[in-house]
Design a binder for this molecule. Structure first.
Ligand code: ATP
Ligand code: ZN
Length: 294
């Protein structure tokens, strides 16, 4: 029987579309199951399991799934709970699902710094991360663990302050709270484990990981082509952001100019193009890179 790889992603939430899009870009074609709990990989022996994000690190840690995509906030909290029983590790951060876990308190409080948390009650869904933060800052405070609606805890008298995920800050403002300090910065990440597996299965994991890394590199990368004066070639190539070995080609019948082709791994801004032009470059063309395997 063919061995199939299990990848866990969030069933329905902020990470779902990005996770499916990433797997798509890795070349995986899948058909959704009728109950939407499992997507069946058509062109690779891969099953996508759709689950709650909080379950993903555990599923990878206990070997039920070979790969998973979860927020570092969730992973870190679960690892903190029971470090000796946690066997998953991060392969790479994925540059989506960015958010910050922050302390916050009533707008009427004149916040003077982390020491103000001393002796207070702080409501959060991330008691592990918060306790570690308090410990690092030598603060003794009571951590009140709640599963939802953290922002209303101060109004309900359940806590003095809160520690919650913040993106725009609009929810905080609506509850007359102000953001204070960043406790933990997070983005989505690809997880795997070190379980023993057959060489075939391991090779498939390696292939997917390599493709994910390729997709991440391509995001910022551009292919640039231009004509450069031979006498100022070094100045022109030095201006190309994040390019290692540009290809230099002669132009038939022209002795004072060459063609430069390069992959730039960093964003090319208009300012860069303007500087290239000032350095003597002409016919500058910037193209998107679709796929890259290094
Ligand atoms: P589930 O039903 O899967 O448990 P959830 O309500 O816990 O869903 P979402 O709100 O969809 O989860 O958030 C999933 C992840 O998205 C978070 O754990 C976090 O890593 C990331 N995220 C990005 N921005 C935010 C934000 N503004 N608020 C909350 N989470 C965010
Ligand atoms: Zn969740």
């Amino acid at each position: 029987m063919e061995e199939r790889l299990q990848i866990a992603i969030q069933k329905s939430g902020r990470l779902t579309d990005h996770s499916l899009d990433l797997l798509n870009r890795c070349g995986l074609k899948y058909t959704p199951g009728r109950d939407k709990l499992l997507y069946y990989g058509e062109n690779m022996p891969v099953d996508i399991l759709l689950v709650r994000d909080d379950d993903i690190p555990g599923l990878v840690s206990d070997g039920t799934c070979d790969l998973g995509i979860a927020g570092q906030n969730v992973t870190s909290e679960i690892r903190n709970k029971n470090p000796s029983d946690y066997h998953a590790h991060e392969v790479t951060a994925l540059d989506f699902g960015h958010c910050k876990l922050m302390t916050a308190g009533p707008v009427t409080t004149n916040y003077q710094g982390v020491d103000m948390l001393s002796g207070s009650r702080i409501a959060t869904s991330y008691p592990g991360i918060l306790r570690e933060y308090l410990k690092c800052n030598n603060i003794e405070a009571e951590v009140v663990t709640l599963t939802g609606s953290i922002e209303i805890a101060p109004q309900l008298g359940k806590a003095d302050y809160i520690c919650d995920l913040v993106s725009s800050g609009a929810t905080l403002a609506a509850n007359k709270l102000a953001p204070w300090d960043v406790v933990f910065e997070s983005e989505a990440a690809l997880l795997t484990n070190s379980s023993e597996r057959t060489p075939t299965k391991q090779a498939l994991i390696d292939k997917i990981v390599q493709r994910v890394q390729g997709v991440l590199q391509v995001k910022e990368s551009k292919y640039i082509m231009l004509h450069a004066p031979r006498e100022n070639l070094k100045a022109v190539t030095d201006l190309l952001p994040g390019s290692e070995f540009p290809t230099i080609l002669p132009i038939e019948g022209v002795s004072d100019k060459v063609v430069v082709h390069a992959v730039c791994r960093e964003t090319i801004f208009w300012e860069t193009l303007e500087s290239l032009k000032s350095a003597g470059a002409s016919s500058i063309l910037v193209l998107p890179v679709e796929k890259m395997l290094v």
